[in-house]
Design a protein around this ligand. Sequence first.
Ligand code: ZN
Length: 316
Amino acid sequence: MIRTGKTRNTLLLGAALVLGLAGCGDAGNKADAAPGSEKLAVVATTPQVADFVRNIGGGDVAVTQIIEPGVDPHEYEPTPADIQAIGQAKLVVKSGVGLERWLDQTIQSAGFSGPVVDSSLGVPLRQGEPGDDEMKDGDPHIWHDPRNAKIMVADIEKGLAGADPAHSSAYARNLAAYESKLDQLDAGNVAAFAKLPADDRKLVTNHDAFGYYVDRYHLQFVGSVIPSMDTSAELSAKQLDGLVAKIKATGTKAIFTESSLPPKTADAIARQAGVKVIGGDDALYGDSLGPAGSPGATYLGAEEHNTQVIVSALEG
Ligand SMILES: [Zn+2]
């Protein structure tokens, strides 16, 4: 008798916890769809694509963002609330190129059979490093070239218009406005790097997240603390010595840490190489955006921050 009652209470408690989680999400930035709302319910995976959806969707969409700011997307594990949100969505938007390895299973668990926008569709991909199996689909950090971001938002606009044709003209207008902001961002970055001598444009980062950025603005990628486009790898002692030697030999001035990764190893390498670490508030937005209300909370703000930090650290 007692055991039966206890089991039942535990089950009820479990259900309440799941509902409680969902409730918290609704109150925070997880979701803003009210019951009976006519807004298109969209689930977006990363802070970057969620920001894109908010910009293109405007007031006609209710966005549920799965991954919170400052969380490593490579190692993300979905929660019951994520499954519930996807189950209630009309459209799911992902960044793509294997960044969300957890998504297919989560969509299946949620019983979601609606459209999934792969915002990487049409983006020219950088190849992963040979032997880096986690990145066999290519380099997933596509958004760091604003020209790729333009392709991503166009994919998203197509998805929104397909799921909600009644508001397609608003989505097209929002897209045009945002595209011109992306053009401004790109032009601003080009102008900022033009002031930096080619010999000073050397980048060492926490993990290999800036390949598209390096290509676009003609930087030299010297190496990364985590020797991968993924974040789960670790430098061996030999690789660590190699990176220190490379930093010294190339005259690289700084190591840049990232907002979503611990800076410990970067600090150690910088000490050995005798260069500065750029971290704390100046940490780059490699895989994530800043918390709500901070200048890095939007894609445009985060990318402007990155360029400003990199140029001022390397010109000094
Ligand atoms: Zn990454």
